[in-house]
Design a protein around this ligand. Structure first.
Ligand SMILES: [Zn+2]
Length: 740
């Protein structure tokens, strides 16, 4: 066969195989033999780039070796070098020092694998996997049997990685760090940059240090940010740009706090200049407050933005919590009984509040509680993985000043202490903008504050949701439908938003127009049009939905079906050819149906529109570092049988003896025995049989029975499945079953 047609055939074959899979992990075992045959090679790996760690990990590789291979993005390995330089290499003999030196003076071949096995690496083809100019990983093919790899191989490999990068960009984590361009231009070393990023409280400090300690020029920093955020960079050029004037409702402190200026060019065209232009929520707020609908977005350095706003000095980084508290107690004797709460400038209070916020984000807390005590210090508690923990204490004399500081940050009335108030604040940490919802509540001991840290960052890949295989399979078939409505239900804090964004991430391709209406926008994704609704000013979910229908959508996310109007509009939208996703505060999937019918929805319309309902909860997962395996006791086994149901027990394939895991506690998990959380799911499919029951407005019990016949498993059953799998322990199942 002619070489070119052989290549074409292999490519078509790979494309077809990729079509069948949504995750690279699944696809790899299918495409690997084809790729190896194509190159006539022995082994291959696909390294995934890990954004947080500046390294690559071989998640997909030939053979069954369980040991995870990690290499830093550096010349210390071939793959690391290819990732660093973002260019492919062909190596005829990796043991030839001269050949390596001709590629880069410092590049090394990591021979650890060869040394630890009988394998000998003879030649290497290594190519970066890119998408939209962003490095996602590296593909390495080893040992072409018929001599070294050639340029034709390289060309093929590049076509192949383009295909992979495009298809799996979300799974591979398709964004990079704001300062990566500096690394690629060798303006700073990865270690030094990493130290600066880790050691700085926010992006502003990072930039200051890059400029003062490493003499990196403003323009170069602007350039790296521009590449990362994919928007133009605009410096402080007062002769060219001026502040955009209109009847803005935005005040200076809001703009300074969020590091954003609205400027205009000589033609008076508005430009939203931001330190972090990927903050869609902030853009939406500014757009709606200013009433502008046509503008450009650009990135600027924090100091330049403040210069446009007429201020070059704001902010600062907080110190260590214990240092701040030491400072307070050291100065206590000389101070008045109460710190002047009106003085926002009291630096120690400013730093104290800042420290609490930064610590909460670092520890991945979801909520911060500032609890006043009648006779004693104020307690600061944080909710981490769903459980409240005591973090620190603030001397009582500082209580009012701390509360006042939080209120100022969230634009609340500091004089009003008798009624609860709601507000919002934002702060930056490690270059990331963190939004916080603030609620003040007067108690008999004084004013308390509860702050909810809004999740930020991108969407979780759907494969990471830990769905049981049958649920994954059924959910995929539901969301592949071109129209219909999928509901995700559960109480507040059950991870509904995370799930919806995972589903959207899966569906998010350039050929789909996706609109979302959310309150608040917590997770942002490139490619989605996300809108923050604001019921207070009359911009409701139902309003947003009507607006979307005029804007040529394929997929619509409506944050919540709070009322009949929204539910009705959602059903209508799905019946007119759109895929609609939404949430409800119901406990179980079958109960959701009766709740909606009680709201007055037409049973025929609803059941025709509905494709499925996913109920979910979050449970804590055992710390992987210290979880303890043990033989299930008689009681455990009885509990499992009772909760899972004798009739279904066979599908669990219980081993004999049954081994379970329990919490122990170690340093890694703060002695709790648990680390992180995972979802448990109950997925109802709207089958023709169930639809018949909905028409007749059958009872919840009858609908549950039918849904289980159709493949649904309850939250408790799914929790048991995750116990057997070793993710969690029986205590967590009791929490799920107790809540039902
Ligand atoms: Zn542990």
């Amino acid at each position: 066969m002619h070489e070119n047609s052989r290549y074409q055939l292999a490519f078509d074959n790979i494309s077809t195989l990729l079509e069948k899979h949504t995750s690279l992990l699944d696809a790899f075992s299918d495409i690997e033999p084809v790729i190896l045959e194509l190159f006539d090679a022995q082994r291959m790996s696909i390294f995934q780039r890990r954004r947080q760690h500046q390294d690559l990990v071989a998640r997909f590789k030939t053979g069954k070796a369980t040991q995870e291979i990690k290499v830093p993005i550096s010349p210390l390995s071939i793959a690391g070098y290819v990732a660093l330089a973002q260019r492919p290499v062909l190596i005829a003999n990796p043991y030839d020092k001269e050949e390596l030196a001709s590629i880069h003076p410092r590049v090394r071949f990591a021979d650890k694998f060869d040394k630890s096995s009988n394998f000998k690496t003879n030649n290497i083809l290594c190519v970066p996997v890119m998408n939209a100019g962003v490095l996602l990983g590296v593909m390495q093919v080893i040992n072409k049997q018929t001599g070294p790899f050639n340029d034709k191989d390289l060309e093929l490999a590049e076509q192949l990685t383009e295909l992979l990068g495009n298809k799996f960009r979300y799974e591979l984590g398709g964004t990079n760090n704001p300062f990566d361009l500096l690394l690629h231009k060798n303006q700073i070393s990865p270690t030094v940059l990493n130290d600066i990023v880790e050691g700085s409280a926010d992006q502003r400090t990072i930039i200051q240090r890059l400029m003062s300690e490493h003499r990196i020029r403003e323009g170069d920093i602007g350039n790296t940010l521009s590449v990362h955020y994919q928007v133009p960079y605009i410096g402080f050029v007062p002769e060219k740009y001026h502040l955009f004037q209109n009847e803005s409702r935005l005040n200076q402190s809001y703009l300074k706090r969020n590091l954003v200026a609205v400027i205009a060019d000589a033609h008076d065209r508005p430009i939203v200049l931001m330190a972090e232009p990927n903050n869609a929520a902030l853009i939406m707020e500014i757009e709606s407050a200013m009433g502008i609908d046509s503008y450009e977005i650009a990135v600027g350095l924090p100091n330049q933005i403040l210069q446009y706003l007429g201020d070059g000095s704001a902010g600062g980084s907080p110190g260590d919590m214990s240092e701040i508290l030491d400072e307070i107690s050291a100065g206590d004797d000389e101070k008045d009984e109460h710190v002047d709460e009106m003085s926002d400038d009291a630096p120690v209070v400013v730093r104290l509040v800042s420290r609490v916020l930064h610590d909460a984000k670092r520890l991945d807390a979801s909520d911060i509680h500032i609890d006043p005590e009648k006779n004693g210090p104020t307690r600061v508690r944080m909710r981490i993985d769903g459980v409240c923990r005591d973090m620190s204490q603030i001397p009582q004399s500082y209580h009012n000043a701390v509360i006042a500081r939080i209120k100022i940050l969230s634009n609340l009335n500091i004089a009003e202490k008798r009624v609860p108030q709601d507000g919002k604040l934002a702060f930056r940490t490690n270059g990331q903008l963190v939004e916080v919802r603030v609620a003040t509540i007067p108690t008999v001991a004084g004013e308390g504050v509860v702050m909810r840290i809004l999740a930020s960052g991108g969407a979780m890949p759907i494969e990471k949701m830990n769905l049981a295989p049958s649920n994954m399979h059924r959910l995929e078939s539901m969301i592949k439908k071109p129209h219909g409505i999928l509901l995700v239900v559960g109480p507040t804090g059950s991870g509904k938003t995370t799930t919806l964004h995972a589903v959207l991430g899966y569906l998010n391709t350039p050929e789909k127009k996706i609109w979302t209406a959310e309150d608040p926008v917590e997770i942002t994704q490139a490619g989605l049009q996300q809108v923050q609704v604001s019921p207070k000013i009359g911009f409701t979910f139902a309003n947003a939905l009507r607006a979307f229908l005029r804007a040529d959508p394929d997929i619509i996310l409506i944050g919540e079906m709070r009322d009949k109007e929204t539910a009705h509009a959602g059903i209508e939208a799905s019946l007119t050819g759109h895929l609609v996703l939404s949430t409800l505060h119901t406990n179980s999937a079958p109960e959701t149906i009766t709740r909606l019918l009680d709201l007055g929805l037409d049973p025929v319309n609803f059941s025709d529109a509905c494709v499925g309902i996913l109920a979910q909860r979050l449970i804590r997962t055992l710390c992987k570092n210290c979880k303890e395996e043990y033989d299930a006791t008689e009681d455990d086994i009885a509990f499992i049988k009772r909760q899972y149901g004798e009739a279904y027990l066979d599908e669990l394939n219980l081993p004999n003896p049954i081994r379970l895991h329990r919490a122990k506690g170690c340093e890694a998990c703060g002695d709790t025995g648990y680390k992180g959380r995972t979802g448990v799911h109950e997925l109802l499919s709207m089958t023709p049989e169930l639809r018949g029951l909905v028409y007749k407005e059958g009872s919840v019990a009858d609908m549950k029975k039918q849904a289980m016949k159709d493949g649904m498993r309850t939250l408790v059953q799914d929790a048991i499945y995750k116990v057997i799998k070793g993710d969690t322990d029986l205590t967590q199942v009791q929490i799920v079953s107790g809540a039902e």
